[in-house]
Design a protein around this ligand. Sequence first.
Ligand code: S3P
Length: 450
Amino acid sequence: MSGHGDPIPMTARRAGPLTGVAEVPGDKSISHRSLILGALSVGETRISGLLEGQDVLDTAKAMRAFGAEVTHHGAGEWTVNGVGVGGFAEPEDVIDCGNSGTGVRLIMGAMATSPITATFTGDASLRGRPMGRITDPIALFGAQSHGRQGGRLPMTIVGAADPVPVRYTVPMPSAQVKSAVLLAGLNAPGQTVVIEKEATRDHTERMLAGFGAEITVEETDEGRVITLTGQPELTPQTIVVPRDPSSAAFPVCAALIVEGSDVLVPNIGLNPTRAGLFTTLQEMGADLTFENPREEGGEPVADLRARFSPDMKGIEVPPERAPSMIDEYPILSVVACFAAGQTIMRGVKELRVKESDRIDAMARGLEANGARIEEDEDTLIVHGMGPGGLPGGAVAQARLDHRIAMSFLCAGMAAQQPVSVDDAGPIATSFPIFEPLMETLGAQLQRTKA
Ligand code: S3P
């Protein structure tokens, strides 16, 4: 879908306040994992609240290609009849993961320890992203990979016929890499150990335990040491996917910067490895309240209320918080434009290898819209202009990146002049109802001519 259809140019302009209830879609990370772990179980996994964005639909299709029966029963309701650990069949055709780094990296890990060969590709954004971070560790299990220069897709993985377990320290903070190694470890005999120096989102660990795998996590001087016992029989689960905090970030942040707004986002996942943005916003002086905190399906959830916050101040975001808000820096840099003073984001170089180089995409688009930005390889600094301060008036390039497109549209809801994106199409990868949902809250979005 993204990158394949005609571009959808879109413009957001300042309108009335944003008010009401924002029912954002299911969590993307948990949705991918539900399908993959369901496919690796024996029997029927039931999923409700699955994100039906293109990224996750591409993973569903891939799981079918590896032999699982994946059935859609109605809005968010899915079942997966799995083939069991080690039961993947060899796909007959190329696996196209579209725009999804999470999809392709987790699936490469999951098939790397089976005696099958699979070829992976994706859209122009995904074909530009580094896969060496996956092919390095899966080689230790005995898998081979043959890709383009720089470890890029398309790429063929020849799974290990006699996999050995590994001990692997993840070299960059990446939940995708950690998860790929754990999924590969599922079909290796003995114990696979993954060490991460900085904690990243832990849905894979939580869900593996839920599916009955033997997995332990220890906090040590080396970091988080995760030990998985290979070749378990995973038992199918009933999964209720919480709403995605990374999607909630858009209506929440838009409410903070649009005068008079008051928005409630019910039932959002607040796993501490994902909630760094909300801590940061509160430190900036945002009016956020968490109502009805509770636990659902092993994940903490709450209803989040956000109100217009005219007194926000720029802060320095602690670099150690980056993994818990890595997807939220684009929208934070928009909020920062409407705060007083500088917001300094350090330790963010992983943003350069997301769906786009997100530091460059935000810096260029915000500058075009009148903001003053400083950046280096690992840092983004936004000079705030206070409530209503961003001039706007320009077109930003979305670069096949859903979060860049949504960030600039939120900027346009509060800027002096409208803000446009050249292509809102990629939004469908993670938040297919963004446009109607924001319009129901009171936003003015318009599909414009290229
Ligand atoms: C994800 C991990 C993060 C994040 C991505 C989803 C996951 O990527 O940016 O949107 O579900 O594991 P990295 O592992 O590259 O940091």
